[in-house]
Write a protein that binds this ligand. Sequence first.
Ligand code: SF4
Length: 352
Amino acid sequence: MKKGILNYTKNELKELLNNIDIPKFRADQIFIWIYRYGKCSFSHMTNLSKTLQDQLDKEFYIYRPRISNVLESADGTLKFLLELEDKNAIETVFIPEIRPQLNNSKKWNRATVCVSSQVGCSVGCKFCNTGYNGFIRNLSVEEIISQFLIVKDYLKLWDSEDRLSNIVFMGMGEPLFNYENVLKSIENLMSDEDEGLSRRKITLSTSGISSVLLKIAKDIPCRLAISLHAPNDGIRSPIMPINNIYNVASIIDACEEYTKYHEYLKITIEYLLLKGINDSKDCAKELVKLIRKLNAKVNLLQFNSWNGCQFEPSDQKSVNEFSEILKNAGIETTFRARRGEDIMAACGQLAT
Ligand code: SF4
């Protein structure tokens, strides 16, 4: 049976090739064809002999999911509905950021791909449409990586000046519950230095699985975003039941540990403002006390409503007051505008 070549890291591929008498250095060439030039067929890898192309073709395939649908938002965000081999579906979101000073030859200043790590999610955050729909299975390495590659295929970016500058693991699923595959995916996506995807351009967002967070500090060379959404267990547990296992204190301890290894990488604290739940001035003050000792910034998020949810977004006055308290305490604070809301591609809205 053929093997999916995207499932292997470069070192693993070298070993596999070695076992079938192909020199290990061919793995370097194959990786460049796949990750820099987006080739989906060995016959297009022109510095490999025809015999070698045929041999690779007998052993491996280069995976892409099927695009079932693409929805385009008024703000340029694209939501891809992708069908996997077993007919399960996942969603991937492309988010361009266009600023006025844009050089004419480029379409955007920065473009982020938000990838899924699982089909569904078992964490069950009450405000999240993905969690509401339950968990089906983990994604394989090739299913994670191919989300990024297929966006490049679709937008015809392989020969373009425009790049996908950032990847965030913020789509469907809790990445730390699919730890090994997410780790390998990050390693492969960072394998081509020319592509410019460094550790600073990849962000892993987690609901705070503190036991695995301690491992991440050593294993994963990327940015970290923690979906905290509350300053204490009393508020967090009802909206994020996972907090009954991994509570606020354990998450903060794990973040401190992460900072020891990655002093220069600021942690992002994601905070979704829910009207009357976690958006009071007292909550803001408590949050300041909680995270003051961390090297962290806060990203306030506007809640995006979906059919059947029980929450409402905070009003502008509460958002401003909350934000001011954080800023006055010297905490870098941003407020993330809704992106792709009209196509249900905004944070917490992904569900096939
Ligand atoms: Fe899962 Fe993230 Fe949704 Fe929580 S917010 S249920 S972790 S996908």
